[in-house]
Design a binder for this molecule. Sequence first.
Ligand SMILES: Nc1ncnc2c1ncn2[C@@H]1O[C@H](COP(=O)(O)OP(=O)(O)OP(=O)(O)O)[C@@H](O)[C@H]1O
Length: 557
Amino acid sequence: MNTLKIDLKRIIFMCKKYLLLLLACIIIESIITYIQPFLVTKITDDGIIKGNFTVLLYSVILFLLAKVIGAGSGVLRSYGFMKIHNKMFALLNEKMFQKLYRCPMSFYKDKNGMEIINALQTDIQYLSAIFDEIAAVSVGAVFQVLAGALGLSVVNKNMTVLLFVMIGVKYGIVTLFSKRKRDILRENLIVNNQFMSWLEEQVNGMREMKLWTLYNFKNKELRKVRKILLDSYQKNVMWDQKYSFCGNILDALVIGIIYLVGGYFVIQRQMTAGSLLAFVTYCGTINSSITLLIDVKYYFAKIRPSADRFYTFLNREEEPALFTKSVNNYMDEQGKTPIIEFKDVKFSYDRQKKVIDGISFQIYEGEKVAIIGKNGAGKTTIFNLITGICHPDSGVIKIEGQEIQKIGVETIRNNIAVVSQNPFFYNASVWDNIDLGRKYSKEEIVRSCRKSGADDFVSQMKEGYETILGNGGQKLSGGERQKIAVSRALLKKAKIVLLDEATTGYDMESRKVSMKELFPNQTVIVVTHHQEELEGMDTIYRLHQGEIEKLNRGGGK
Ligand SMILES: Nc1ncnc2c1ncn2[C@@H]1O[C@H](COP(=O)(O)OP(=O)(O)OP(=O)(O)O)[C@@H](O)[C@H]1O
């Protein structure tokens, strides 16, 4: 279970030395804050009013020294907080990235990338800001308030009480403001996210927008989503302004009352003019410290919605059995290990329409298998089940005699090479798009490209294997993309190869090389709609209405 409290504790434990530095700074600043009213009183009463220039000079020098030390300590305090802030940012980012990797693919079904990233990065920024400049100033403020209160109470107790009563009133008002602010911010986060995800969808669908001349229609949509965003933004800014207006009036009231009551005490000779001046000067410092402190509450109103959202994400369900260790192989009665085995497997994406309805089959090591069936019959779903992207509602899937759950899907995936219908390409070089984990030598990459046929066009490119393929591999044609994807699979030398309509874009010449020739020693399962790809296959299965049937090698029953 992830919680903000646990992460804060962890950060505090990791940053002990910076916390000690912060403590030292805070103590120094508090001492300086405490002695300042006495210096002001001395400058006014003993220096100016009594006309003693030496006292005046020494007191002013001391006053300046105190200010310089205080300022230096402030810089060190900010440095300490910055270091802790960066640790918090790094920790949350790492957790986010790990969680994104561990979330089941169903998490990505309804949201686009921008929507997810924008929400998470906003939350991380807010949460890390617990330790940023605002926090640095506010923690210092706590101690300055305490030291200041002590200094003020020595100067005049009654006025100190009066000051803190007024501050109590201010605190109550800010609390009311911060409750409403929390709601406004929650709405702000949602609206901002919706706007970003709408924009991302337009960028991703730019080709369609151009081909269908959708600009005017989409622009109308933009106006609608933009209005919602700006209304929410305006509400947020205006609420801040209301808060700041009330805060300024209250601050002015506090100073006014101090002048009035303090002035009265001076007239009554219950207080010296120097003490009043010290009180007024000091009251300004204390007041701004208290304002900062109260601002923290206001500021925490911003953090709460982000913390709720971020930790809800971190506590989401993960892919089951991601990292379970490998277990011993098992032999069936005939002494042969089916490398893949489905036993009465049922599966549906939405728990309503059964996509796979109780299928059983075995595939043996080195076997070449084709799966055919109409669009939507569930062929890709079979691959999703083998790779652990989807999990059966019932029944058992075994790889080398062991249930997927027991082996762990990461181990399974390390032994499988998949060429999907729409492979993904990074905006990186051909090298990096083929050797995704940067594990192989350039010679091995070129060898796999020669086999797949990708080398024919890559070597014709001006920059050859260094060519950057563009966003989503846009510099490649459909068939070229498939050849690069097949090269990836060849390079991996995995035990099992899953090819999902991997050669639909191949030209006639390229089609002459069969997948059986490309992967002679591996277990290969091919999903295809092309009759010629069935030739040379050991087994052909047909999926129909959630059920599977084995066909004769010619394609008939
Ligand atoms: N992520 C998903 N969420 C909900 N339904 C899905 C999802 N993916 C696929 N489906 C549905 O499951 C059914 C099987 O899809 P699948 O992609 O396995 O079919 P297929 O046999 O590979 O089709 P094709 O030959 O068109 O590629 C389809 O009806 C499809 O609409």
